[in-house]
Design a protein around this ligand. Structure first.
Ligand SMILES: [Zn+2]
Length: 264
């Protein structure tokens, strides 16, 4: 049913955004906090993004779903043997899952926040997929490069860490945020010790560069309510670091020298 004369006008999402924008810029409070950023979350609560921030959170990862699928398919195509193909699948699934799950979670959080259980479930998935994404990002280096007898155990150990992270999310989701961050950083850095000990060091600069971008992004990941659009900026850091790592994997592990010569 449409709007009836005398009743309050039902605002559309765009109108609501415009309303918030107007209040934030020329409204009585005159503060940007009402449009582009909300107040910080309490210690054990979650930050509530404004509608602009919700939109930015969705779009910053949604636009990367198609490139992630195309990139994964390209690696699969460049595979020379079965092991490279399997690794391309594992890495590709991790890459695509990260952007798909993140986008779905942010859409649900924006549009269906009243469905608390559903939103909570997607938030847990959003956190779990990060552990698997880290494992998948290392998989090409661990699977396709020669490793020492001890270092080669990292090939399965990293998946054990991802499973441990998943169990942690199930048991203590959002309870101890510092512990969660510690787990992400531990999982992000411990395989690097193995990778840097490899005889073949090609691509390690790109790997380190990507890692540094992730670390810088964590500053924004922890800045909701301090910096406007902090979470969307974190998404951009994730996207940039993932692109640097993809480039290194494509260049040093999949692209054969003959392909390179052909394109010169
Ligand atoms: Zn996110």
């Amino acid at each position: 049913m449409g709007w009836v004369w005398g009743e309050p006008h039902p605002h559309t999402q765009v109108e609501e955004c415009f309303l918030v924008f107007t209040i934030s810029t020329v409204g009585p409070k005159g503060s940007m906090k009402y449009g582009f950023m909300n107040h910080r979350a309490p210690a054990n609560g979650r930050y509530k993004p404004t509608c602009y921030e919700h939109a930015a959170n969705c779009y910053t990862h949604a636009f990367l779903i198609v490139p992630a699928i195309v990139g994964s398919a390209l690696l699969h195509r460049l595979s020379d043997d079965c092991w490279e193909k399997i690794t391309a699948w594992i890495y590709g699934m991790g890459l695509c899952a990260l952007f798909i799950v993140s986008t779905v979670f942010h859409i649900v959080s924006w549009k269906k926040s009243h469905l608390r259980t559903v939103e909570h479930c997607f938030h847990m998935c959003d956190r779990m997929v990060i552990y698997f994404f880290i494992a998948a990002s290392y998989a090409p280096w661990l699977n396709l490069r020669e490793l020492g007898p001890l270092a080669s155990h990292m090939r399965w150990f990293i998946w054990l860490m991802a499973a441990g992270g998943t169990i942690y999310v199930f048991l203590y989701h959002e309870k101890y945020k510092v512990v969660e961050l510690f787990f992400y950083l531990t999982m992000g850095f411990s395989p690097a010790l193995v990778v840097t000990s490899m005889n073949n060091t090609d691509g390690l600069h790109e790997l380190a560069c990507g890692g540094l971008i992730y670390c810088l992004g964590v500053v924004f990941f922890k800045s909701d309510g301090i910096i406007p659009f902090a979470h969307a900026i974190w998404h951009l850091f994730v996207a940039t670091a993932a692109a640097v790592h993809y480039y290194a994997i494509w260049k040093y592990l999949y692209r054969s020298p003959t392909d390179f010569m052909r394109h010169l």
